[in-house]
Design a binder for this molecule. Structure first.
Ligand SMILES: [Zn+2]
Length: 288
C-alpha cells in the first residue's frame, strides 16, 4: 500500500511541475524578454479608463502611470517572472487619479527604485496619497535621460523647465512626455499632454513607430503638427469601454487614420504589446 501511495504522490508532483513549467513558458513567451536580454517590450495595459504603460528594457524596467485601480498589479504579474518584485523607475505623468491611483498600489507591492513626477502640485486624495508614499521624487525636465541597456534609451521631452510646486489650472500642461528609442524603434509616450504643449515640444522629434495617443483620444490632444512631424505608424489609445467622457473622439481617430496610422484601442483590442530587438517593432494584441 505504502508504495502505491508513494507512486501516486510522485505522479501528482510530476504533473504539478509539468503544469507549472507550461504556465511559466507561456508567460515567458508572452512577455518576450525573460530569456532574451536584448529584447525590449512596451506594454500598453488594458486598465479601463486610464493609462498604465510598462517598459521592460534590456537592463531596466519602467512603469509610466498605473491606471485608476489595482488592475495594474494583475497586469504586472502576468508579464513579470514571479521572482521579480522590483521596478527600477516609476514615472507619474501627472497627478490625475486615473494615472496615479494604481501607482499607489504598485508602491505598496513592489520595490521601486526611482520615482519621477511632473512636480506639479495637486490636491486630490489619490495625488496626496501618492506624494506621501513617494516622499522625495525626481522632478522631470526635458533632456533627462535613462540608459536602458544595449543602446535603448528613454528621454524626457516635456516639460521644458522643472515645474516643482507649480499650481496650474490644468495639470496636463506639466504632463511628463517621454520618447523611447531602441535602434530603429521609436515610441512616444504622451500621458494626457494637450495640443498647446505638443506644439512646443514636437520640433526636433523624429518619425515614431508608435504614438501612445494623448489623453485617451480626447480632441484636446493629438494636433496636426504632432501628426505631421512624427507620422506615427501605429497609434495606441488607452481608453475604457463606454467611458463617461466620450473618449476617444471620432475626430482624433479620423485624424490618426488620415495621417496613415494603424489605430489600436485598449477598449476594443485589449492589452497591446510592442516588441523590439533594435529593428522595426512588432506591435500585437496579446490578451493578458
Ligand atoms: Zn489627466
Amino acid at each position: 500500500m505504502a508504495n502505491i501511495f508513494r507512486i501516486q504522490n510522485f505522479t501528482r508532483l510530476a504533473a504539478a511541475i509539468i503544469v507549472a513549467l507550461a504556465v511559466l513558458s507561456v508567460a515567458a513567451w508572452r512577455a518576450g524578454t525573460w530569456f532574451d536580454d536584448t529584447a525590449l517590450t512596451v506594454w500598453v495595459f488594458d486598465v479601463g479608463q486610464g493609462d498604465a504603460i510598462f517598459i521592460d528594457a534590456p537592463t531596466k524596467q519602467i512603469l509610466i502611470d498605473g491606471g485608476r485601480d489595482a488592475t495594474v498589479l494583475e497586469k504586472l504579474s502576468a508579464v513579470l517572472p514571479p521572482w521579480d518584485r522590483s521596478i527600477d523607475v516609476m514615472i507619474a505623468t501627472h497627478p490625475h487619479a486615473d494615472h496615479v491611483r494604481g501607482l499607489n498600489r504598485v508602491l505598496e507591492a513592489y520595490d521601486v527604485g526611482e520615482v519621477v513626477t511632473s512636480g506639479v502640485s495637486y490636491g486630490e486624495v489619490p495625488a496626496i496619497a501618492f506624494q506621501k508614499l513617494v516622499g522625495d521624487a525626481t522632478v522631470a525636465t526635458a533632456g533627462m535621460t535613462w540608459d536602458l541597456g544595449h543602446g535603448a534609451r528613454l528621454d524626457v521631452v516635456w516639460p521644458a523647465t522643472a515645474m516643482e510646486g507649480a499650481v496650474l489650472d490644468n495639470v496636463h500642461e506639466g504632463n511628463v512626455v517621454t520618447l523611447l528609442t531602441y535602434g530603429g524603434t521609436t515610441v512616444l509616450l504622451t500621458g494626457d499632454v494637450e495640443q498647446a504643449e505638443e506644439d512646443q515640444f514636437v520640433r526636433g522629434l523624429p518619425h515614431v513607430d508608435v504614438l501612445k495617443v494623448g489623453h485617451h483620444g480626447s480632441d484636446t490632444s493629438t494636433g496636426f503638427s504632432l501628426l505631421n512631424i512624427t507620422s506615427p505608424t501605429y497609434a495606441v489609445i488607452s481608453v475604457g469601454k463606454e467611458n463617461d467622457y466620450g473618449h476617444p473622439s471620432n475626430l482624433v481617430v479620423d485624424r490618426l487614420r488620415r495621417a496613415g496610422a494603424v489605430v489600436l484601442r485598449t477598449d476594443l483590442d485589449g492589452d497591446i504589446r510592442i516588441r523590439s530587438t533594435g529593428g522595426e517593432p512588432d506591435v500585437a494584441r496579446i490578451g493578458l
